[in-house]
Design a protein around this ligand. Structure first.
Ligand code: F6R
Length: 622
């Protein structure tokens, strides 16, 4: 995800913010930039590529100044490029903004600002902010920068963590937060702002965490934090209420700070699952029980005529696709199949113009998925990408698509991306189902309501982490595992087994539970435990019978079941409970304990969780 750092104080701000950007590099980014107040004017430089490229451009200039803001960008709106890199400025290059988050109503705001005469240089949502903050200066003349920022933010839907400097009101940095982290650092005669503690710990351990709907003004001599008064924060009026907030002490080193205090990126990313789901849903759910997907508007008519859907992907993304098949058939009533991309590309697939081919890829660069996409295009399919990395090759080459907005995944084992892929696929299926008249108002509204409730339920599952760790301790002596699930939870069984094998090097097989008696049951004995997914859904009784069959053969069973299920505890050896939800959404909850179980097993075995042997994060070769 993007990174922000800013400094104001006695020292030269430029090297400090560049060091801050280097500390943020671990988050993944595609471009970097800086804006500096040198006492006379604002200087800025930005570039696609690494922080080192920015540094080498800056080395040819002898700039210095007491305040600066800087940014590493991970593209969301508009491809990675010099122009799209932050900071972004208004029409007169008088206000510079760095921003993390997503402005949902950016298209409407951009049009309105263009009608007012503003002109834009980039394709980003962030640039809107600079122009919104310019408007009060145009109409009111001399006002405080913080008031211009608050006035501008009144028009914004979506999320932001941002920092702003302006030549109209220099010697200060204004920051604000809604839905995207902002930390303020308090040094000796100096203040910092960052999106992540790792960018400030080199200078100070004293920090204040800004909460949603809070803003702050940093000057060389003081820092003022305030919340906005009135019903909706950043709305209504411009009055501010000054806050006294406690100073926290960070006792992490830089590597811990980069993982937000988690021992591994994988654990951090599992815990980011709820926000990954929130981000993929952000601005896309309609109260009337449907979905709004900007990335498919251009191909809407062709999409609605689809007679067949083929989903193609690799690994975890393929398993997300398997859940997607159920979504498309149940909600949109369109026949769907799922193919490994490595098979699809050589399988001589039957495709016609009424076929929609969906390619699911976190990285957007997986070689097999990319070649499958090219093959489908050659054969005349409408191609859609469900991709996390904006501007990646699969995103560029698909006819249309949906971005996950899950933020970069650093752990090699995919976790939060899987959650967000399920979110994107259910949104697309809901959209198709509603537009084709296959989903009723009532079902649509129920689904929308339940999707909104899901992040809180996910957090409840994550709160059981210590219990899962104990189970991992208990089961870590076993070398082989069977994972069983049925219908929506069959792909989750496959994913749970993949997670375990790839990071703990334990052998694990995922199976459709109904298939167990056709072979794998021969493996069952007291040394071959089964992880059984048994949420209360229409196939619950079936999986219960499978558990009985396993117990009859002395097999151990660790079950994932729905809260309030009293029956399962009498059968299974151990149970992890998940909250009740709609059947089709259970995978989003049931996968979490399996991710944690794999994580804790590998961590207990002392393995390199984030970089398992023989694996790469992005498989760009066939
Ligand atoms: C497993 C994992 C891989 C990827 C697969 C596809 O944890 O990460 O199986 O899911 O290599 O990668 P993407 O989604 O980038 O195409």
């Amino acid at each position: 995800m993007c990174g922000i750092v800013g400094y104001i104080g006695k020292k030269n701000a430029l090297p400090i913010v560049i060091d801050g950007l280097k500390a943020l590099e671990y988050r993944g980014y595609d471009s970097a930039g800086v804006a500096l107040w040198d006492g006379v004017k604002i200087r800025f430089e930005k570039t696609a590529g690494r922080v080192s490229a920015l540094e080498s451009r800056l080395s040819r200039k002898s700039w210095s100044g007491k305040s600066a803001i800087a940014h590493t960008r991970w593209a969301t709106h508009g491809k990675p490029s010099d122009r799209n890199a932050h900071p972004h400025a208004d029409c007169q290059s008088g206000i510079f903004v760095v921003h993390n988050g997503i402005i949902e109503n950016y298209a409407e705001l951009r049009e309105a600002l263009i009608r007012e005469g503003h002109s834009f240089l980039s394709e980003t949502d962030t640039e809107i902010l600079a122009h919104l903050f310019e408007r009060p200066f145009l109409s009111a003349g001399q006002i405080f920068l913080e008031d211009a920022v608050l006035e501008g933010l009144r028009h914004v839907n979506g999320t932001f963590g941002l920092a702003v400097i302006s030549k109209h009101d220099p010697e200060k940095i204004v920051v604000a937060r809604r839905g995207s982290p902002i930390i303020l650092g308090i040094g000796d005669g100096e203040y910092l702002v960052a999106s992540d503690a790792s960018a400030v710990v080199g200078i100070t351990k004293n920090v204040i965490y800004l909460h949603d709907n809070e803003a702050a003004v940093l000057t060389p001599s003081k820092m003022e934090i305030f919340s906005t008064l009135g019903g909706s924060a950043f709305g209504g009026n411009l009055s501010k209420k000054t806050l006294q907030k406690p100073i926290d002490k960070i006792d992490w080193d830089i590597s811990e700070a980069q993982k937000s205090g988690h021992p591994h990126f994988m654990r951090k990313e599992i815990f980011e699952g709820p926000s990954a789901l929130e981000n993929v849903l952000l601005g896309r759910l309609l109260e009337e029980g449907s979905a709004k997907l900007g990335g498919i508007v251009a191909v809407r008519d062709r999409l609605l005529q689809a007679k067949k859907i083929i989903i193609s992907a690799c690994g975890t993304s393929y398993y997300a696709g398997l859940v997607g098949k159920y979504y498309f058939e149940e909600l949109a009533k369109i026949p769907a199949s799922v193919e490994y991309a490595s098979e699809f590309r050589y399988s001589n697939p039957v495709i016609d113009p009424d076929t929609v081919a969906i390619f699911v890829s976190q990285s957007g660069e997986t070689a097999d998925t990319l070649e499958a996409l090219r093959e489908a295009k050659k054969r005349g399919a409408l191609t859609l990408g469900v991709v996390n990395v904006v501007g990646s090759t699969i995103a560029r080459e698909s006819d249309a698509g949906i971005y996950n907005h899950a933020g970069p995944e650093i752990g090699v084992a995919s976790t939060k991306a899987f959650i967000s892929q399920l979110g994107a696929l259910v949104l697309l299926a809901l959209f198709l189902g509603r537009e084709r008249g296959a989903v009723s108002d009532v079902l649509g509204q129920k689904l929308v309501m339940e999707l909104k409730a899901l992040p809180a339920k996910m957090k409840k599952v994550l709160a059981g982490d210590a219990g899962v760790k104990k189970l991992a301790e208990k089961y870590s002596k076993y070398k082989n595992f069977l994972y069983l699930g049925r219908k929506y939870n069959f792909p989750v069984a496959l994913e749970g087994a993949l997670k375990l094998k790839e990071i703990s090097y334990r052998h694990a097989e995922g199976y459709a539970s109904g298939e167990m008696k056709h072979g794998p049951i021969a493996l069952i004995d007291e040394n071959f435990p089964t992880v059984a997914l048994a949420p209360k859904d229409p196939v619950y009784e079936k999986i219960l019978s499978n558990i009985q069959e396993i117990k009859a053969r002395n097999g151990r069973v660790l079950a994932v079941a729905t809260e309030g299920d009293e029956k399962i505890g009498k059968l299974a050896d151990d149970v992890i409970f998940i909250p009740q939800t709609l059947e089709m959404l259970t995978p989003i909850l049931s996968v979490i304990p399996l991710q944690l179980f794999a994580y804790h097993t590998a961590a207990l075995l002392g393995l390199d969780v984030d970089k398992p042997r023989n694996l790469a994060k992005s498989v760009t070769v066939e």
